[in-house]
Design a protein around this ligand. Structure first.
Ligand SMILES: Cc1cc2nc3c(=O)[nH]c(=O)nc-3n(C[C@H](O)[C@H](O)[C@H](O)COP(=O)(O)OP(=O)(O)OC[C@H]3O[C@@H](n4cnc5c(N)ncnc54)[C@H](O)[C@@H]3O)c2cc1C
Length: 538
């Protein structure tokens, strides 16, 4: 049950059952726990107060990575674990995880010299169990200029290349959630945990509110997990168990510029000059730049990008590359996320460990914080080990849409789908984008497009209408923001097309969800707020 149209039935089930496990938080951490628990035979519910992945899990650098930079902090165990996890995520969701060569320029006076880069990446490859063909290579200055002609030559010594894996964080979260739902987990968005209910001093239920309709309900469970990301301490406080270690929030910003303004040929990872490093990554006709890492003590909802964030990232790019200097007006989109890290006295944001930690309160509430998108499966395993005697099997579970054994199979599947969809969509790029988002479930979308084709007044938009139908029926998308931001990433990477596409999707959603004109205007206004916010630098 993972359809927005079945929301009333899901709500009935939530309030009338007692679950083995209730997870609060529908980011990657909560999704992973729901999947792990469901595959070990537990009855599981998950509630998310916004949309799935609307917290940090749609606002990351979107890399499934081993965390090369954590070697600087001697976090060998973390690098080894996430490096190995990267391979498992790649195997289980190959449509969403794409190997990407990363160039690390070695610059005069930079924090990494030629030998330290070479040695550092060698250790990284070894710790993370990197495949032979993806291991690091070192390049002299001349070779580096051929690799990436946009680099300024004067300061350059050479470069190293190694392999990172690119993903779509929100889609990964949704596919994990869909897989959990297919194994019996009941997952619902826009359902907020307001308070805990106790029997004696043991937590036995959550008082929750449906934020789409206002219904309040008690959700009973034998065990409750707090996987609320940046909000973990808010819930620990409600449980009266906020003592000892606490969260330390740091903010990370990414900017998107058109690829023609910053036409790098490779993903790059380089020194900013203050001891930090940032990524610049070409993707879908754009290049994105990030991230910052600054202490954050303001409201947790909708953190804002500041002009200082923009200046910092653009200055770093302008310093290293021979391009018409990027300005604020070149930025076409952005996102901003909060890292839910564990506080350590005296450490700067970049020095704080990315390790996860579990806290169990006297009431029995299990809270998990910290960690990485990449390590979500292992984090889930550690949590579910606390409540189940069975072994974890998620390393062998293919995620929804991930029915491929190799990249070659994905390429063949894409070609077949382009061919198969010709009558309903003669735009190969659009079909290829569907495969990148939905993997082997693209079948369902094309089939739907053929079903509606004959009756459709506008045959040009049939595939778009079918995509909207799919996310409402199979991915619990209940509004335009869910669709444009978390299910498809259009707000970040296809923002130039949004104006033309929005009326098509607004109409499709209105039809699917029975919106009247007032509701449609409300939904459009909500999306407009998000649309403007990506360029509202404070
Ligand atoms: C800038 C940045 C870049 C990063 N880059 C990478 C990267 O490239 N690779 C990588 O592996 N990791 C990366 N990370 C780390 C990674 O994104 C996070 O570790 C991960 O997304 C955290 O997921 P989460 O599920 O714990 O938190 P979240 O995704 O925030 O999920 C928690 C959810 O709980 C919900 N919630 C809160 N309170 C309640 C309540 N009362 N009731 C119901 N629901 C509630 C929230 O709405 C939220 O959706 C990055 C992080 C940042 C900030």
């Amino acid at each position: 049950m993972f359809s927005a149209l079945e929301r009333p039935q899901s709500i009935d089930l939530l309030s009338s059952s007692e679950f083995d496990l209730l997870v609060i938080g529908g980011g990657i951490t909560g999704a992973g726990i729901a999947l792990d628990a469901a595959t070990r035979g537990l009855s599981v519910a998950l509630i998310e107060k916004q949309d799935f992945a609307a917290g940090t899990s749609s606002r990351s650098t979107k890399l499934i990575h081993g965390g090369l930079r954590y070697l600087k902090q001697f976090e060998f165990k973390l690098v080894s674990e996430v490096g190995k996890e990267r391979e498992i995520v790649y195997r289980n969701a190959p449509h969403l995880v794409i190997p990407e060569k990363m160039v690390l320029p070695v610059i005069k006076g930079g924090s990494l010299g030629w030998y330290s880069s070479s040695f550092g990446i060698y250790v990284y490859d070894w710790l993370a169990g990197v495949k032979r063909k993806e291991r690091r290579k070192m390049f002299k200055k001349e070779e580096t200029m051929k690799l990436e002609p946009l680099l300024k030559e004067d300061e350059l010594i050479g470069s190293a290349t190694y392999t990172e894996y690119r993903t779509d964080d929100a889609r990964l979260t949704v596919e994990v959630m869909k897989t959990a739902a297919s194994k019996g987990a009941l997952c619902l968005n826009y359902m907020e945990a307001k308070n805990f209910v106790y029997d004696g001093n043991k937590v036995t239920a959550v008082m929750a509110e449906d934020l789409t309709g206002g219904t309040k309900m008690e959700i009973k469970a034998k065990k409750i997990v707090n996987a609320a990301g940046p909000w973990v301490d808010t819930l620990r406080e409600k449980d009266n168990s906020l003592e000892g270690k606490r969260l330390h929030h740091t903010k990370g910003v990414h900017l998107v510029v058109p690829h023609e303004k910053f036409p790098i040929q490779n993903a790059m990872y380089f020194d900013v000059g203050d001891g930090r490093m940032i990524f610049t990554i070409p993707r879908e006709g754009q290049t994105y730049i990030g991230t910052t890492d600054t202490n954050y003590k303001k409201q947790l909802e909708r953190p804002k990008v500041t002009k200082d964030d923009v200046n910092y990232l653009l200055a770093a790019v302008n310093r290293l590359f021979k391009i018409e200097p990027l300005e604020e007006s070149d930025v076409i989109s952005s996102w901003c996320g909060l890292r839910p890290l564990i506080h350590e006295d005296g450490k700067s944001p970049s020095e704080l460990s990315r390790k996860d930690e579990i806290f169990i309160s006297e009431s029995g509430l299990i809270s998990i914080a910290g960690g990485k998108l990449t390590g979500y499966r292992k984090m889930a395993e550690r949590v579910v080990d606390l409540v189940s005697g069975k072994s974890c099997i998620t390393d062998k579970i293919k995620l929804e849409g991930g029915d491929f054994q190799s990249r070659k199979m994905i390429a063949e599947y894409t070609d077949n789908k382009i061919d198969e969809a010709k009558q309903v969509c003669n735009n190969p790029k659009k079909i290829a984008a569907l495969v990148r988002r939905y993997g082997s479930n693209t079948d369902v979308i094309i089939k739907r497009a053929y079903e509606i084709y004959q009756q459709a007044e506008n045959k040009e938009t049939v595939i778009d209408v079918a995509e909207a139908w799919y996310v409402v029926n199979y991915e619990m998308a209940g509004n335009l923001c869910d669709f444009m931001i978390r299910r498809t990433g259009r707000l970040y990477f296809k923002i130039q097309d949004v104006e033309a596409e929005l009326p098509i999707f607004a109409e499709a959603f209105a039809q699917l969800l029975g919106w009247d004109d007032t509701e449609r205007q409300k939904q459009l206004a909500e999306f407009d707020k998000e649309y403007k916010e990506v360029l509202a630098f404070v």
